[in-house]
Ligand binder design. Structure first.
Ligand code: PFF
Length: 450
């Protein structure tokens, strides 16, 4: 098999492909998600504002982009799913087995990411209807929402919407959806940014976000920044690899990598310029943690003129960002089951979504009525997040870097970089990325502590 990769490629050529701009929008759609709008602002708040942002940019460029390019290259080279692509470009079967880890990771992530995505839909509806602002105790409101069955209902809606996109296929479904929503998202973000920057006292938020306090940086913030660069670029879960398998040969993967990285950063930057000025303007602590977006921001919107409109827009924006990411997550196991078991796209979509929904129920309950049921201090949701984001994600990244850096002979040809860029890339893949990713893994898995 390894001696005839090109013949194999021919026999498994896929017809349903992205156009070149469609691919960029879809990949930015995967990258831009709750990670940018929900997690990035609160970890930036916790780990030192601008200093953390600078660190995040360094991690994104030095580690994130090389690994992103490696995933895209393996996907396009193999034209298979997140597992078979490794074998098709000439890797031993064992690499296919390792690639399976990312298919599992993607499946697990859908089950709980869609829960948080559901919250954003619920908040969008209740902000637009004005109900959100009836009761000014936003902590109590959030807790009440979480302890009912609404999170499960909204998760169902998110999964259904995701399925309706993915079932239409790559160009008619995923591409079209992202081509409309990703530019739309940018417009909404800019509108909200202008609103936030013109609030009284917004300047304090901007300077918190943009004036670095280097004393807050340390080993822990470095690892958090690295882990987030990975999550934010959708790496280590086969999503970019699967999208890469739908890219035309003539498209430049190097240029695409820069566009995706730049897009991811831009959306996170604007999200920061919305959230920090808004929270500072209303005297809210930006380091409030996961509740920042669902508890602190509604408080700010409620005190702002036209808060119903801006609050509604903000949560719609979060929901769109989340949906373009769940679509990419679902495509990973769908591509796998379609190829491996020859399922039709429709069968793959509905079976996988039903299983994710079932797996999501204990996660959703563990944040509400069943929050007292824990194992080792973690509830079901936290365990899913821990296994997928902290264990499988860095492992998936490690597999990609080691395979592209050391084991795949044809990597240079498929990546199509100039000799100079190729040397830099290979250096990062061989020596820098694996070591840092290994550290992330040892840290997130709890082996090393600070
Ligand atoms: N990149 C997404 C975010 O920042 O929210 C999350 C994500 C999507 C991770 C798809 C992994 C993935 F495969």
């Amino acid at each position: 098999m390894s001696s005839q990769p090109s013949q194999h490629n021919l026999s498994s050529e896929k017809k349903d492909r992205f156009s070149s701009s469609g691919f960029i929008f879809a990949a930015i759609g995967s990258a831009v998600g709750l990670g940018n709008m929900w997690k990035f602002p609160y970890i930036t708040g916790q780990y030192g504002g601008a200093a953390f942002f600078v660190l995040f940019i360094v991690c994104l460029i030095a580690i994130g982009l090389p690994v992103l390019l490696a995933e895209l290259t393996i996907g396009r080279g193999g034209r298979g799913n997140a597992s078979s692509s490794f074998v098709k470009v000439g890797g031993h079967k064992i690499w296919g087995g390792l690639g399976m880890l990312s298919v599992i990771a993607a499946f697990l992530i859908i089950s709980f990411y869609s829960i948080v995505a559901g919250w954003t839909l619920n908040y969008a509806v209740s902000a637009f209807s004005g109900k959100l602002f009836d009761n000014p105790d936003f902590t109590a409101q959030f807790n009440e929402f979480m302890s009912g069955n609404k999170p499960i209902m909204w998760q169902f809606v998110v999964l259904l919407l995701t399925g309706l996109v993915v079932i239409k296929g790559v160009s008619a479904g995923i591409e079209k959806f992202n081509k409309v929503l990703i530019p739309g998202l940018l417009i909404l973000l800019v509108v909200l940014m202008v609103r936030a920057l013109t609030l009284p006292g917004a300047g304090a938020g901007v300077s918190f976000f943009l004036n670095p306090d280097w004393s807050k940086l340390g080993a822990e913030s470095l690892l958090v920044a690295l882990g987030h660069a990975f999550f934010s670029l959708s790496l280590g879960m086969g999503a970019m690899l699967t999208y890469g398998s739908y890219v035309e040969k003539r498209q430049s993967l190097g240029a695409a990598t820069l566009a995706i990285g730049g897009g991811d950063l831009l959306y996170a930057f604007i999200a920061g310029l919305i959230i920090f000025p808004t929270t500072f303007s209303f005297g809210i602590n930006p380091a409030e943690g996961p509740g920042l977006v669902f508890i602190a921001l509604p408080a700010a919107f409620s005190a702002m003129p036209f808060g119903t409109l801006f609050g509604g827009l903000f949560f719609i924006l979060l929901a769109i960002a989340a949906l373009t990411s769940t679509v990419s997550l679902l495509e990973v196991p769908v591509a796998y089951t379609m190829e491996r078991w020859r399922w039709t796209r429709a069968k793959s979509v509905w079976i996988i979504l039903s299983l994710s929904f079932l797996l999501g129920i204990p996660s959703a309950l563990s944040l509400g009525v069943a929050s007292n049921i824990t194992l080792g201090g973690k509830g079901f949701f936290d365990w899913m997040d821990f296994i997928a984001s902290n264990l499988l994600l860095p492992l998936g990244g490690l597999i990609v870097t080691v395979f592209a850096g050391y084991f795949w002979k044809g990597v240079a040809e498929e990546a199509g970089l100039t000799a100079w860029w190729f040397r830099i890339w290979l250096f990062m893949l061989r020596f820098v990325a694996p070591i840092l990713v290994l550290f992330v893994f040892l840290h997130t898995s709890g082996v090393i502590k600070f």
